[in-house]
Write a protein that binds this ligand. Structure first.
Ligand code: IPM
Ligand code: MG
Length: 354
């Protein structure tokens, strides 16, 4: 029996998680998916109920699960410089708790959505890349502080990486490249940062074990430019936490919308699956959110945690077919397309599955 923990979180996280679970339920009989799920609190809604963004009950729940599905966290209500407890801390805490060091963010150009992307067709048509982002180190988790000395206030964050942390991630990137087009681009700032120099050294050491994989290195600023100029050159991009955060939002534009991007975070225990988009409080509760990123995250879960590649492919094909039929949520709608809401989009995916 597969034990799934569902953490809907805040804003549209609630809606898209509901839709993801509907898709999973629709696959249950055909693919013989034997599972139970339990729901837990995270982010702002957890702060409201318990005072903490990652409460003890949720910690226990995820520890007893085989995988975690997360919606999104955050919202205006919990924002502001004066707030000491923030929803995002819940996300960082669960990443740390489950040691989810490898974050996989695939981006591909959907031919059906090319009109929506602000790029020339021929530039993005071949885009099919995978960002492998380090998720439990770097500036997100380094020493930090704010201090006022002699009337001057100074804040600092530190980036630190060990060889071990880099190596385990880089191995995953090389392994994944083997199942793809056999190319790894390592992104760093080795002309400036010590952490990046160590990064590069470890990447080069590991590359010896993967002679079948072609490797190149890019500075992060150049990589940002290349993602606009010639994005189809990339297969697997491997990088540290902050660079990966920034580059994955940038790369999402190539796929048409952040609303289409799934993700998986892998560690030593249960993996976590979540749409890359945030909680979008401005459209929450209005049946406007695009559920496809969440639904595609279910496909990643079926493939990586459930070893059900056929069910994963079925979900991805169903998404393709609803796009082919011209169905679009608000984020992707253009005149001449059929505008649908969150649940109607899911209805259509489920109809395509059966
Ligand atoms: C992401 C998000 C998070 C991050 C925030 C919400 C903490 O932007 O998953 O990319 O920066 O990692
Ligand atoms: Mg981000």
């Amino acid at each position: 029996m597969f034990r799934l923990a569902c953490l809907p979180g805040d804003g549209i996280g609630q809606e898209v998680t509901t839709q993801a679970l509907r898709v999973l339920a629709a696959l249950k009989i055909k693919y013989n998916l034997d599972y139970t799920y339990r729901t837990g609190l995270i982010g702002g809604s957890a702060i409201d109920e318990t005072g903490e963004p990652f409460p003890r009950e949720t910690k226990e729940l995820v520890a007893q699960s085989d995988a975690v599905f997360l919606g999104a966290v955050g919202g205006l209500k919990w924002d502001g410089p004066e707030k000491k407890v923030r929803p995002e801390q819940g996300l960082l805490a669960i990443r740390k708790e489950l040691r989810l060091y490898a974050n996989l963010r695939p981006v591909k150009c959907w031919p059906q959505l090319m009109e929506q992307a602000p790029f020339k067709k021929e530039r993005i048509a071949e885009v099919d890349l995978l960002i492998v982002r380090e998720l439990t180190g770097g500036a997100y988790f380094g020493a930090r502080g704010t201090e006022t000395i002699a009337g001057e206030t100074r804040a600092f964050d530190t980036i630190a990486y060990s060889d071990k942390e880099i190596r385990r991630l880089v191995k995953i990137a090389f392994e994944l490249a083997r199942q793809r087009r056999k190319k790894v681009t390592s992104v760093d700032k080795a002309n400036i940062l010590d952490t990046s120099r160590l990064w590069r050294k470890i990447v080069l050491e590991e590359a010896v074990n993967y002679p079948d994989i072609s490797l190149n290195h890019l500075y992060v600023d150049n990589c940002a430019m290349q993602l606009c100029l010639n994005p189809s050159q990339f297969d697997v991009l491997v990088t540290e936490n902050t660079f990966g955060d920034i580059l994955s939002d940038q790369a999402s534009v190539l796929g048409g919308s952040l609303g289409m991007l799934p993700s998986a975070s892998l560690g030593e225990g249960p993996a976590l699956y979540e749409p890359v988009h945030g909680s979008a409080p401005d459209i929450a509760g209005q049946d406007l959110a695009n559920p496809l990123a969440a639904i595609l995250s279910v496909a990643m879960m079926l493939r990586l945690s459930w070893q059900q590649p056929e069910a994963a492919i079925a979900v991805e094909r169903a998404v393709e077919r609803v796009l082919n039929r011209g169905l679009r949520t608000a984020d992707l709608w253009l005149p001449n397309y059929i505008r649908v809401g969150t649940s109607a989009m899911t209805d259509a995916v489920i109809a395509e599955l059966s």
